[in-house]
Each structure stands twice: as C-alpha cells, then as structure tokens.
Design a protein around this ligand. Structure first.
Ligand SMILES: Cc1cc2nc3c(=O)[nH]c(=O)nc-3n(C[C@H](O)[C@H](O)[C@H](O)COP(=O)(O)O)c2cc1C
Length: 203
C-alpha cells in the first residue's frame, strides 16, 4: 500500500465522494510524516497555547482525522464523533464554554464527543457511556500525537461546561474534550514528567 493511500481509507466505500485530497494534491511531505518515529513525537510533544495566525493545510487535518480513526474503540463500534469547528462565532462560544480560555479560538478547533448510541453491546447504560468517553478521549489522544508528528502544536481542553459546548455545537452529544491546534508561535521544550519509579506500582 502506498503511504498516501491512507486517504483512500477515509472514504472507503463512499463512491459519491471524491478522494480527498486528489492524488495530485498529495504533497511529498506526507511520506516523511508517515515515517515519523512515534517515540520522538511522544517525547517532544508539549502543550502550546500560542498559535501563529496561519491556516493548517487540509491534508494535515485529514491525516489527523485518519489517525483518530485508527484508535481502538469499545467493541470496534467507534462510539465517538469529531466536530471540526470552522465558524468563528462558534469558536468564540467555545471560548466562553471553556472558562474563557482565549487560546480556544485557535486555527483548528476539534471537539471530541461521545456517541454511546453507536455502541451496540448488551451492557448496562453506565458501562456503554464509559466506553464512549474512553473512545472519544483515546481518539483525541491519537489526533494530538498525529498533529505533533505533522509539525503542529496543540492544547487539550478539558475544562469545559458540557452544556454550553453542546449548545454552541447544536448537538445532543456530550463532549469529552476539545483539541486546539495550529502552528506554534514558538516551539517549547517538553515539560519534565514524573520519575518512572514513582509512576509504576509493582504489585
Ligand atoms: C484531561 C486534561 C484536561 C486538560 N485541560 C486543559 C485546559 O482546560 N486548559 C489548558 O490550558 N490545558 C489543559 N490541559 C493540558 C495540560 O495542562 C497539559 O497537558 C499539562 O500541563 C502537561 O503539559 P504537556 O502537555 O506540555 O506535557 C489538559 C490536559 C488533559 C489531559
């Protein structure tokens, strides 16, 4: 499979839609991006709250969506949805819904919502709901790593008023988190993390 065929996965079976981006629009950087070392990405990722006023290329965004789509999900039912918020008025409503955090008004704003109705498993509602939170959250984590592999930066927004986010989006799906993305104003050094000896509890 040629690396850029990752795009065809996204629209597999949907014959009414053209492949996006069209083959000739696939930039050569895509091959580099697909060769990225996962550990380098994880070690160098750092939350970013200042973005350049520069648009993120559609192909990068599509790669991020494709990455989110590869995440494991409960029963393989993909109990989540992604809202790509382009409307500037909606972005401002999301700033308000996120405790007025101004950087939520970023070049790319993605909202990862739970969609438990997709999970067709015979378990109590509470379990299905928990699955959908995990599905949405994990997909956001995959998207965040993919963004960094593509030279973008991001900040995860968990401090949200769920109701206000739902109103802003016009959906009855409950959000798990927002991911704000863009080109970093300045690359930051990764934050030091806990010592592994403290983190791991062998029993
Ligand atoms: C569940 C969760 C909620 C978060 N909520 C916010 C938030 O509302 N606003 C914000 O600026 N950063 C938020 N962050 C980002 C963290 O502040 C950041 O990941 C943490 O400080 C570690 O820094 P690093 O990502 O650069 O390693 C959140 C991260 C997670 C995982």
């Amino acid at each position: 499979m040629y690396p850029s065929d990752i795009f065809s996965r996204m629209y597999a079976g949907d014959e009414d839609k053209n492949l996006y981006p069209k083959q000739e629009q696939v930039p050569s950087e895509i091959d580099d991006a697909l060769q990225t070392n996962l550990f380098n990405v994880m070690l160098n990722r750092r939350s970013q709250r200042k973005f350049e006023n520069r648009e993120v290329e559609d192909w990068k965004l599509e790669m991020i969506f494709a990455a989110a789509d590869t995440a494991p999900t409960a029963g393989g039912f993909q109990g989540f949805e992604i809202f790509n918020v382009k409307n500037p008025d909606v972005k401002l409503k999301l700033v308000e819904a996120a405790n007025k955090q101004p950087y939520v008004d970023a070049p790319v704003v993605l909202v990862f919502c739970m969609n438990p109705s997709r999970i067709k498993m015979n378990f109590p509602t509470g379990i299905i709901r928990k699955f959908s939170v995990q599905d949405a959250t994990l997909a956001a984590g995959y998207a965040q790593l993919a963004a960094h592999a593509l030279g973008l930066s991001s900040v995860w927004i968990g401090m949200i008023d769920e109701e206000r986010v739902m109103q802003a989006l016009g959906t009855d799906l409950v959000p798990s988190c927002l991911l704000c993305l863009g080109y970093p104003f300045k690359m930051l050094q990764p934050k030091p993390k806990r010592n592994l000896a403290e983190l791991i509890h062998e029993i």
